[in-house]
Ligand binder design. Structure first.
Ligand SMILES: [Zn+2]
Length: 288
């Protein structure tokens, strides 16, 4: 799933291409694409796209008086669409803009198309009042932005929520923008066990994790900004994520994993667990 660096770089590309374009139509292609009933998307018709932003893993197309919040989930993409076909493959929703004349006299009718391949159809669009975005679902349930969080603020959230740090980092209500890859990478960069609890880590651990978040996000952003489209997961930088059996780039130890039904924890024993190899069993006492 795209995480903060991928969504941020994608927002930058979309803003460069579409800012100022006037919305003429929003078209959902199936009944699950638009997650809200009010306000109506047509309130944004005739208004220019003010910005393309991000909060957590959500993209935000800002118009007045209503804006669109988009979650790509696993396989969703928001892409320029000049074909404007009536039934685009995997199409979930389309933002159509007023045609503009290019410098060479050509007419640009490019729209923005939300696609999601496969049957899951979990990507979606929320139409929300622009003045109240942060207080509206789904954004209101997000924790503070992970990127740039201060050690003090992170220590507060650690203290208020005792849980394993890997789960904490993936929980969007704790800190927003981190997913399965970055959780693995942040724990490795911070040299902490993914199964340490936030309570055990305390203020010192929070400082390490905050620094590791900034480092991993900066690496991800630098990589993603070199691209013209959103990377797929295999293209994203990683020291340990998806590298079970490979050598740790820091110490050379073999990278291990603990598998769960919907994600895999990767870690380096030497860097993170004092050399201990953790049992691949969610109920193991060795995970404590
Ligand atoms: Zn290592």
């Amino acid at each position: 799933m795209p995480e903060m660096p991928e969504v941020e770089a994608h927002a930058e590309r979309l803003e460069a291409q579409f800012r100022g374009r006037v919305l003429t139509k929003f078209t959902p292609f199936n009944f699950t694409a638009l997650k809200t009933a009010v306000p109506a998307p047509d309130e944004a018709y005739g208004h220019p796209l003010l910005s393309v932003g991000r909060r957590g893993k959500y993209l935000i197309l800002k118009f007045e008086p209503v804006s669109f919040v988009i979650h790509l989930m696993q396989g969703g993409r928001l892409l320029a669409d000049s074909k404007l076909s009536a039934k685009p493959r995997g199409g979930q929703a389309r933002f159509t803009f007023e045609a503009i004349e290019g410098p060479d006299g050509s007419i640009d009718e490019t729209a923005l198309l939300l696609t999601e391949q496969g049957k899951e159809r979990r990507a979606g669009v929320w139409c929300l009042p622009s003045a109240d975005l942060d207080n509206s679902l789904p954004l209101s349930k997000l924790g503070p932005e992970a990127a740039g969080i201060s050690p003090e603020r992170l220590a507060e959230v650690f203290a208020a929520n005792s849980m394993r740090v890997h789960g904490f980092l993936r929980h969007q209500g704790m800190v927003a923008g981190i997913g399965r890859r970055l959780s693995n990478e942040v724990c490795h960069a911070a040299r902490i066990s993914p199964f340490a609890t936030t309570k055990q880590l305390g203020a010192d651990g929070a400082a390490k994790v905050a620094a590791a978040i900034d480092q991993c996000v900066a690496e991800g952003l630098a990589s993603e900004r070199t691209r013209n489209d959103m990377s797929s997961s295999k293209d994203r930088p990683s020291a340990v994520h998806n590298r079970t059996g490979e050598a740790c780039p820091v110490c050379g130890d073999t990278i291990r994993d603990v598998e769960y039904s919907s994600y895999t924890v990767n870690y380096c024993p030497t860097c993170q667990t004092g050399g201990k190899v953790l049992a691949d069993n969610t109920t193991s006492k060795f995970l404590k």
